[in-house]
Every structure is written in structure tokens, then in C-alpha cells.
Ligand binder design. Structure first.
Ligand SMILES: Cc1ncc(C[n+]2csc(CCOP(=O)(O)OP(=O)(O)O)c2C)c(N)n1
Ligand SMILES: [Mg+2]
Length: 1017
């Protein structure tokens, strides 16, 4: 029995071209094998077989135009006709909508009436009752409720109690209450003392070790600044966070080794001295190296903050630009799950920990993606927010309580929140507090006060905190001021921190945030404990140092303290042994950066060969060509599984909807609904094994995913190839700081600035029209930026990118702009040097050599190259002027090479000077040089100083605007008419032709010389 494969529903498209036939007569094909590739004017998509069998006849040819229902292939021995998913369209008679609305409205009115009468009744009742103390209108009734709850708690436990509370809340809403019920719990620890998991550690030894780390961390900052005050550094931040790090290092954070992938820790940037100080005790860093803190120019220096670029074997994540760490860690956690769900990584229960400051939570990036962490059920993610109530210049929110604020935000977003506010010394007081007055006082005081309490001593705390209520004063009457002063904060109590970390590790189904209350500059005494200048403190005088030593019992003599000596106990001391054993148990050192990823073999040249052929009359955009190329790459068995297409909510704009069915969109819960377009070929397919990351509208999120995927070679020892496509204007301009961090992080991958060019993305206007992304990308040292015009250029650059980043494992990344303008693409010139030129940044595209009299060099980039080519034709035809047309694929690559050569020549005055590639191309050519691109003049100006000839650059300086491409190019003066006119003028200025030609052209092309510069319009 023979069966047919037809063109399925392809959405809004009709008469779509067949560009590839992927089967041959006699082939045995399985269901879902691709049969043909269709290409509309926007995208290409493969048609999968709906049945299996042997190909008997192919009924179409390449180039045929087909529509839905067209017969593609006939199969023999076909089995099981695919059952189309049932249409969920209602077949009933049209519904009388108005009637339904009318009825609904009636019920609504009725309902409202009922509700209103209810409220009226309530109001009447309220009027009769007098509000008494603290808003409690009936304390006997309140007590009854509370007693009932206590009974439930006692009899059936907290879960049952919580259930009942939830029911009560829901019920109250149903009954018409619209009060917002607090997302906050009281200002006490989340974990009650009886539920705390006890640390198995030796607390005495751990305190000693921590004290030494504290000392050495402070000493390295002080020493560096004694040497040279301009070096800077922070003492106060790590001083407040030391316990938070130490407990993790001693008991929780597992390192990468040959048996385990390792937890990933995002350290708070300016707490770096603490990590160095610990590494010093571990013997990983010498005292000489500590002395080179922040002196990074010579080898062996320790970087100011976590910078993998500067310390590639140590730091894993650049974090100091505040806000980047938190969001990157969220997407890192999600990417881990992505790899696991796609079967590329073993699920070993690895965790991602991210440390951030309370001030850092002001950054939109810090909190902007916490909802995603809940949606994705990232129980592999733990945030630790060090709430020292201070930031750079003072309190975080002096009038409020940052911990409560953050609790509300994170709980609202569905996180598991663990508050670590009070240390163990408070436990007996809280146990004695039968009336709840202590908790009430804790709830009342604001951060500004809490900060002052820790700056001003025990008697101040007694007077100002406890003194507010006589009952509280009684509570501490037996305690000395010293005892009161000792009442510690949770984040400095290793027991409390241990219990919190332990609980966080057990949590499933949601991410966890630990809100730990600490003191900025803890232990620094008068010089910097809990005072507003703490953050800037980088010098400690002798008195401060002696105090610090005594406070933490560091075994140094006064003389040693005066010399600010480091302290490292002997190798076989209990401290060092303990420290090392802890790390040994946890698998090794942290932080440590390594990679054992295998290279990915560059795909065969054949995959790209179709891009090197002419498209004939067929017009295509480079974005389409890129998508076609990616479709081809998905057929390469080495590359296909490693590709990570990342798209904000723009897949259809970029013609990428074909990927939905083919490789699926990653969704950790699969697809729980039948998509509205399920009948169509490119229907929206979410899948737990989906490959595409469609991020939604978050450039910061997409970029974080791109960084996670592009550093997978080190974090997971598996190389992935992320390709993030975005509107070029919403790339570097929006996520510039991430791109810089990506470079620091040695991310390997492709950034594609699609719909690029100030005059090429025509109809969108000022906020969309990009004329400067190539300038922004060019400043990143390891970013290679390209602005190709033709399909073969794009294919050459892309393949080289794969080869260099993923086969040769170079720490570079690519920024390539692609356009949405459709035009025909020529075949790749046969000349061997073309490929080399494309990669170096320019090659001779065409010579116009008919008249051999006057010549000009025309350099064009991106779509403006086509204007240049057209201008060259006019110059030859109408003015008998010859030209060389150069396609410049990358002004920045040309510049980077030229500055290197120039530097070499200047530093080697006695050697034979080398020639830059620009010089090799242009020094022997004839005539002045005119360069233009769809970017501001600075783009082509990048090569100006390396050209020893007259050089004129044109570009799209000014604000973009919406109009037709033709009008925009005229406005920005980069259309062929302006190029011709400017060329004639340049030649006149060089005295190669009379000026009348330029004058005539100005008139002929209707150019207004009085028009203000576009930058002023
Ligand atoms: C994006 C960004 N803006 C500003 C800074 C400068 N800066 C460094 S630390 C700091 C204050 C940090 O306060 P917080 O997050 O509370 O950390 P703490 O030191 O108190 O732990 C600031 C503003 C920065 N590093 N990054
Ligand atoms: Mg802070």
C-alpha cells in the first residue's frame, strides 16, 4: 500500500519554495525524518515525514513553489497514517455572545449586591465595637483563636496548623475580605532552636581558623595600602561575611574532581580578600602573592575582585559589577537543569550558591529574575544575602528592615526563605519571653537603630532597645552590659549558619534564599564596626590592629602586629590539618577553575557550501541565511546536540519558528497544553528535552543563559555552542556590562545582532535603529565583531568561529550582525585570498578598471556595501571613473591587527617594519579612499590612522528614525547617490578631477548642501 506525504499547514504562507530535498527514491524513512526544506521570504523549515516507509516517488523538484496539501513524496510499505491532533475548534453554531455577556453581567451585579450587603452588615457591626489596644477589638476572642491554633500545633504539628491557616485565609477572601495578609513572618529566625541541625565541626578549631582568615584578609588590604595608598581594597565586607563563607567552606561546598562536577559558588566581589586569605592557609597562595593583592600587572598578582580573565585557574565567576552575579547564577542553575534534562549531564545534586550584599539587591538584575527561579523550580539554587544593614555610604534602608523587605519579595516570588537574624545568645531570652514582647520589640526597631546598637556598646543597647519596655529591662536585668553586648547576630553564629545551610540543602521544589543578619566591619572596633564609613576602610592604625588581634585572639606579638604580619600556623598544626581535611572531604579546593571539555570537531565544509553559491535572482536576508545555516548545522552529529539557540521573544521576527518543532523549546515541565497552532508545521512545541532557550522578553536573562552555556566547558566540562539572536539595538547597548563580564568569564559563543543597521531596520525608529553596536562590541578585547554583507561571508565567519572557539578552544567570542533586508547574494569569488580577507576584515570584492584614468578606493560594510557597489557602477558609467570595491567585513578586526603591527614597528625601530593587513591591501592602490557603513563614522574611522592616504568616512551619525530604507539612506547620506557625489567631491579635492562634476551631481541627485548634519536633526 502506498501513502503520501503532503505539505502540512504552514501557517500564513502560500507558494513556498522547496530549497532542499532531503530524501532519495528507495530511502527508508522513519516518522519525523525530514523530507524537504521549505523557505518563505522570512524563514526556512524542514517538513517531517508523518509516516514511515520507503520512498517510492518524489513528486517535487527544488525550486517548486508549494502550498498546504501539495503532494511531496509517495511511500511504499507505509505504516500507520499519522493521526492529526484533533482540532479543538468548536463545531457548534455560532454562540450568541451578547446574550452570554448580558447574563454574566447580571450575575456580576447580583454578586456585587450580595457582597455589598455583607460588607454593610459587617460595617454596622464594626461601628459597635471599640478598637482596643494594638488594634485588637476583642482580646478574649483573639485568645480563643490562638489557643485553638496552639492546640492544633501541639496535637497535629506545624503542617496541619499551616494548612488550617491557609484555609482560613482563603475562606476570608471568599467571604469578601480583601485585606493583604502579610507575606512576612516575625523578625526572628525561621528555624527554631529545637529544629536546628547541629554542626559536626570542631567549633574551637573553626573559630581559630576563621580568626586567622579574618586577620590575614585584613592584613593583605592594609599592607597593600601601606605600600601604596592608591591600591584600595575592602576590609568591612568580608569581616561581616566571614562566618557565612567559612561554614560553607568547611561543611557544604563540594569541589569539582574526577568523581563529582562540583558546586558552583558566586562569591560577592569585594569579599575577595577573604577567599585569598583562606587559600593562603590552605597553602594554595603564598604570602608573597598576598603581598601582590591588587597589583595585577606583573605575574603572580592577585586580582582585586573575582576575574577569571586575570586569574584563570582560580576564579570562576566575575561578580563585582553588582547585580550580575545574582541573575547569572539563576540562569546558571537553570542551565544545569537544562543540561540534565537534555541528557548531557548527570544529575549529581550539584548546587549553585550565590552571595550578594543587601545593598546589591537594589540592582534590578539582582531581583529581576527571581520569579524565573521559582517557575523553573530551581531547588539547586541558594542565595545568601549578607544583610549587614549597610552599603557603601550608610544603611541600606535605615527606616525599615531590609530582611523583612526581602523576605516579602522572595516569599511573594515563591522562594524558600530562611532568616538567620539572631545568634544563639538570644535563644534563652526568646525562650523566656512568654508574652511576645521581645519579638514585638524586635519587630519594632528599624535597621538604622540596629546599626547604631552595634556601634555603641552594651549599655546603649540596654537603654535603647530593652529600655523601651520595663518587661524587657527585667528580662536582661541579670545580664552585665558585656553580656548584652555579646547578644550576637545570626550571620556571625556558625551554629545558626550551619543549620540554615543544612536546611537549604534539603529543600526541594523551590530555590532558597538565606537572609543573614550581620554587622558590617564585624570585629573592627571603633575604626569600622557598624559605622557609615566602614565600607571604605582600607587602613587600620596600630591601635585598631591590636584591637583586632585581641578580639580574635590571633597569636601575634605586638611587634608582629605593628608590622602587619600574616599568620599561618605550622603545616602540621591542628588548624591547618583540620582546614585541609575539611576540603579533602569536600573533594578539593574552591574556588578553582579548570576545564576537561573535549573539543568539538568543526563541521565539514559541505554544510556551508550552499551558502557559498549564488542565490541567483532570489532575494534573501543574512538573517535568513543564518537560520538556514543553523538548520544545516543541526544535521551535523557533532555540532547538533551542542547548539543552544537562545532567543528572546522574537523567534518569528528572525524566522526561527522552524526550530520549535525540530528541536523544541526547553520547558522543564514539558508541554501541558495543546498549542493553539497545533495543526501547523511550526507549531509551538515545549519539551523537557527542548534545545531552544526562548527566554521571554529579558535581554539580561538571555545574556545570562548565553554566558552559562558559553562557559559550560569549564563549569560542566562539556562544550556548548550558544547562539543568542537579538535585535542589535537591544544587545550591547542594553547588556553591555554582561558582555564585558562574558569576556572576563571567557565565554565562547555567538552573539547575533539581527535586524541590524541604522538604515536597514527601516520601520522601527529611534530606539530600534542601531548605528553603534559595532563600536560597543569593538571595545571588548576578546570579542570579534563582523558586519558581513553576503551569505558566503557569513558562512566563512561562522565556520571559523566554530573552529576557533570550539575546536581550538580559544577564549574569544563573536558578534555578528545580520540584516533583515532581502537581496540577491553572489557566489563566493574563487580567489583563494577571499576567505582569508573575510576573516581578517576586508577583501577586494570587485575591480572597475575600464578607463584606467582616475581611480578611487571604495570600502563598504554590511548592506551599505551594496550602495557602494551601485555607486561604483554609476561612477564608471556616468563619470568614467574606475574604482576598487572592497568588502569590509570587520573594521575592528582590521584595527586590532593594525595597532599591533604599529606597536611592533615602534618598539623595534631597528628591524624591518612589518606591514599591517590594511596597508597590504591599500598601500599600493590608486586614488583616495572612501569608506561607509550603516554605523556611525567611528566604525570606519577605526582604520583611519593606519592609512597613509586621503581617507573619508561616511556613516549614520545621529538619531535613527522610521522611514523607508531609501529615505533613511538618503537622510544619513549613505545611499549610492551620496556616495557618488562624495566620491566626486573627494576626487576634486585631491585635484584628480574638476569640481564641476560634484556640483552637477549635487544638483542631479537633489542633494541639499544646506541641510544640517543628521546629528543635529
Ligand atoms: C554596578 C555597581 N555599582 C556600584 C558599585 C560600587 N560598589 C562596590 S561595593 C558597593 C556597596 C555594596 O553594598 P552591599 O551590597 O550591601 O555589600 P556589603 O559590602 O555591605 O556586603 C558599591 C556601591 C559596584 N561594584 N557595582
Ligand atoms: Mg551591605
Amino acid at each position: 500500500m502506498s501513502k503520501e506525504i503532503l505539505v502540512p499547514d504552514i501557517g500564513d504562507f502560500e507558494s513556498v519554495e522547496i530549497i532542499e530535498i532531503l530524501v532519495k527514491t528507495g530511502d527508508k524513512i522513519k516518522k519525523n525524518d525530514s523530507v524537504v526544506t521549505l523557505e518563505s521570504d522570512k524563514s526556512s523549515v524542514e517538513v517531517p515525514a508523518t509516516i514511515e516507509g520507503t520512498v517510492e516517488k518524489i513528486n517535487v523538484n527544488i525550486g517548486d513553489k508549494v502550498s498546504k496539501g501539495h503532494l511531496l513524496v509517495t511511500l511504499t510499505g507505509a505504516t500507520q497514517a499519522e493521526k492529526k491532533p484533533k482540532k479543538i475548534v468548536e463545531e457548534k453554531l455560532p454562540i450568541d455572545t451578547e446574550k452570554i455577556i448580558e447574563e454574566a453581567e447580571k450575575t456580576l451585579i447580583l454578586k456585587n449586591e450580595v457582597v455589598e450587603t455583607k460588607f454593610l452588615k459587617k460595617k454596622e457591626k464594626e461601628n459597635k465595637i471599640e478598637v482596643t489596644k494594638d488594634g485588637d477589638i476583642d482580646s478574649t476572642e483573639t485568645k480563643e483563636w490562638l489557643d485553638s491554633l496552639s492546640a492544633v500545633l501541639e496535637k497535629d504539628g506545624k503542617h496541619r496548623a499551616q494548612f488550617i491557616i491557609k484555609q482560613l485565609i482563603e475562606h476570608s477572601y471568599k467571604e469578601g475580605s480583601d485585606l493583604i495578609l502579610s507575606r512576612n513572618t516575625p523578625y526572628i529566625n525561621t528555624i527554631p532552636p529545637e529544629e536546628e541541625k547541629k554542626s559536626p565541626g570542631d567549633q574551637n578549631l573553626e573559630r581559630k581558623i576563621r580568626s586567622l582568615i579574618r586577620w590575614n584578609a585584613a592584613a593583605m588590604v592594609v599592607r597593600a595600602n601601606k605600600k601604596n595608598p592608591e591600591l584600595g581594597g575592602h576590609i568591612g565586607t568580608f569581616a561581616s561575611a566571614a562566618t557565612l563563607y567559612d561554614v560553607g567552606m568547611n561543611h557544604f561546598w563540594r569541589a569539582k574532581n574526577n568523581k563529582f562536577g562540583g558546586d558552583l559558588i558566586y562569591f560577592q566581589g569585594h569579599s575577595a580578600p577573604g577567599m585569598y586569605a583562606r587559600a593562603f592557609l590552605e597553602g594554595r597562595i603564598t604570602s608573597k602573592e598576598l603581598d601582590k593583592f591588587r597589583q595585577e600587572v606583573h605575574p603572580g598578582g592577585l586580582s582585586s575582585y573575582p576575574h577569571p580573565w586575570l586569574m584563570p585557574k582560580f576564579w570562576q565567576f566575575p561578580t563585582v559589577s553588582m547585580g550580575l552575579g545574582p541573575i547569572m547564577s539563576i540562569y546558571q542553575a537553570r542551565f544545569n537543569k537544562y543540561l540534565i534534562n537534555r541528557g548531557l549531564l548527570k544529575d549529581e545534586g550539584r548546587k549553585i550558591w550565590c552571595f550578594l550584599g543587601d545593598g546589591e539587591t537594589d540592582e534590578p538584575e539582582s531581583l529581576g529574575a527571581i520569579g524565573l527561579a521559582t517557575r523553573e523550580k530551581l531547588d539547586n539554587l541558594i542565595f545568601v544575602i549578607n544583610c549587614n544593614l549597610q552599603r557603601l555610604d550608610g544603611p541600606v534602608r535605615g527606616n525599615g528592615k531590609i530582611i523583612q523587605e526581602l523576605e516579602g519579595i522572595f516569599r511573594g516570588a515563591g522562594w524558600n526563605v530562611i532568616k538567620v537574624i539572631w545568634g544563639s545568645y538570644w535563644d534563652p531570652l526568646l525562650a523566656k519571653d512568654k508574652t511576645g514582647i521581645l519579638i514585638k520589640r524586635m519587630n519594632e526597631a528599624v535597621d538604622g537603630e540596629y546599626q547604631a546598637f552595634k556601634a555603641k556598646g552594651g549599655s546603649f543597647v540596654r537603654e535603647k532597645f530593652f529600655g523601651k519596655y520595663p518587661e524587657l529591662l527585667d528580662l536582661v536585668s541579670q545580664m552585665t552590659d558585656k553580656d548584652v553586648w555579646k547578644l550576637n547576630r545570626g550571620g556571625h553564629d556558625p551554629h545558626k549558619v550551619y543549620a540554615a545551610y543544612y536546611k537549604a540543602m534539603q529543600n526541594t521544589g523551590s530555590p532558597t534564599v538565606i537572609l543573614a543578619k550581620t554587622i558590617k566591619g564585624y570585629g573592627m572596633g571603633k575604626s569600622g564596626e557598624s559605622i557609615n564609613t566602614t565600607h571604605q576602610q582600607k587602613k587600620l592604625d596600630e591601635e585598631d590592629l591590636l584591637y583586632y588581634r585581641d578580639r580574635f585572639d590571633v597569636p601575634l606579638t605586638d611587634k608582629q602586629v605593628k608590622n602587619v604580619e600574616y599568620y599561618r600556623p605550622l603545616e602540621n598544626s591542628p588548624e591547618i590539618k583540620y582546614l585541609k581535611e575539611c576540603r579533602l572531604k569536600l573533594g578539593g579546593n574552591l574556588p578553582e577553575r579548570s576545564s576537561f571539555a573535549k573539543p568539538i570537531k568543526t563541521p565539514s565544509i559541505d554544510i556551508f557550501s550552499v551558502m557559498k553559491e549564488s542565490t541567483g535572482k532570489k532575494e534573501m536576508s543574512t538573517t535568513m541565511i543564518l537560520v538556514r545555516m543553523l538548520t544545516n548545522l543541526l544535521r551535523d552529529k557533532n555540532v547538533a546536540p551542542r547548539l543552544v539557540p537562545i532567543i528572546p521573544d522574537e523567534a518569528r521576527t528572525f524566522g526561527m519558528e522552524g526550530f520549535f518543532q525540530k528541536i523544541g523549546i526547553y520547558a522543564h515541565e514539558g508541554q501541558k497544553y495543546e498549542p493553539v497552532d497545533s495543526e501547523q508545521l511550526s507549531s509551538y512545541r515545549e519539551d523537557i528535552k527542548g534545545q531552544v532557550l526562548e527566554e521571554g522578553i529579558t535581554e539580561a536573562g538571555a545574556m545570562s543563559s548565553w554566558i552559562a552555556a558559553g562557559t559550560s566547558y569549564t563549569n560542566h566540562d562539556i562544550s556548548m555552542i550558544p547562539i543568542y539572536l537579538f535585535y542589535s539595538m537591544f544587545g550591547f547597548q542594553r547588556i553591555g556590562d554582561f558582555a564585558w563580564a562574558a569576556g572576563d568569564n571567557q565565554t565562547r559563543g555567538f552573539l547575533i545582532g539581527a535586524t541590524a543597521g541604522r538604515t536597514t531596520l527601516a520601520g522601527e525608529g529611534l530606539q530600534h535603529a542601531d548605528g553603534h553596536s559595532h563600536i560597543m562590541s569593538s571595545v571588548i578585547p576578546n570579542c570579534k565583531s563582523y558586519d558581513p554583507t553576503f551569505g558566503y561571508e557569513l558562512a566563512t565567519i561562522f565556520r571559523e568561529g566554530l573552529r576557533r572557539m570550539h575546536e581550538k578552544q580559544e577564549n574569544i567570542f563573536y558578534y555578528i550582525t545580520t540584516m533583515n533586508e532581502n537581496y540577491p547574494h553572489p557566489a563566493m569569488p574563487k580567489n583563494k585570498s577571499v576567505e582569508d580577507g573575510i576573516l581578517k576584515g576586508m577583501y577586494l570584492f570587485k575591480e572597475f578598471n575600464k578607463y584606467k584614468k582616475t581611480k578611487i578606493q571604495l570600502l563598504g560594510s554590511g548592506t551599505i556595501l551594496r550602495e557602494i557597489i551601485a555607486a561604483a557602477e554609476i561612477l564608471q558609467k556616468d563619470y568614467k571613473i574606475d574604482s576598487n570595491v572592497w568588502s569590509v567585513t570587520s573594521f575592528s578586526e582590521l584595527r586590532k591587527e593594525a595597532i599591533e603591527i604599529e606597536r611592533y614597528n615602534l618598539l623595534n625601530p631597528d628591524k624591518k617594519p612589518k606591514k599591517s593587513y590594511i596597508e597590504q591591501c591599500l598601500s599600493t592602490t590608486e586614488g583616495p579612499i572612501v569608506a561607509a557603513s550603516d554605523y556611525i563614522r567611528l566604525n570606519s574611522d577605526q582604520i583611519r590612522s593606519f592609512i597613509r592616504k586621503s581617507f573619508y568616512s561616511f556613516g549614520t551619525d545621529g538619531y535613527g528614525r522610521s522611514d523607508t530604507r531609501k529615505n533613511l539612506r538618503k537622510f544619513f547620506e549613505v545611499d549610492k547617490e551620496h556616495i557618488v557625489t562624495y566620491s566626486l567631491s573627494v576626487l576634486a579635492k585631491e585635484q584628480l578631477i574638476p569640481s564641476k562634476y560634484a556640483k552637477e551631481a549635487i544638483k542631479k541627485f537633489n542633494i541639499n548642501p544646506e541641510k544640517p548634519m543628521p546629528t543635529k536633526l
